[in-house]
Structure formats: structure tokens, C-alpha cells
Design a protein around this ligand. Sequence first.
Ligand SMILES: [Zn+2]
Length: 65
Amino acid sequence: MLCPACGVAVFWVWNNKGERIPVYVDEEGKVTPKQEGTDLTGADTDTVHCMGCSWKGAPKKQSRP
Ligand SMILES: [Zn+2]
């Protein structure tokens, strides 16, 4: 998945500590941490934020319009 606003492929999500975790989103809307081994437990993967601009949204809605 690419950002619908600017085309960047890297996003971030909030984790349960209030930190920004860099993630990728695949074509099915699955959120994968950019850094292997990063724990996404408790992270808000329902909303992804673009690294390149201020866009944010739900990964699944974007992949399946
Ligand atoms: Zn963007």
C-alpha cells in the first residue's frame, strides 16, 4: 500500500507507550513493522499515519475501496 496523498510506502502507528512505530502496509491492509522483531502488541493498527505527509487513515479501507 502506498499513501493515497503522496505515494510514500512507509507509515507509522502509535503503540501503547505513545511511541511512533514505523510500519509497512501490504495490499491486504496488513500492518507489518518496518524493523523486524518490533512488537506491535497494543499498537493502534486501525489508523496508519503517512511518513511523508500528514495523511492518516484505515489501512483496510484504502486497500479495498
Ligand atoms: Zn503521504
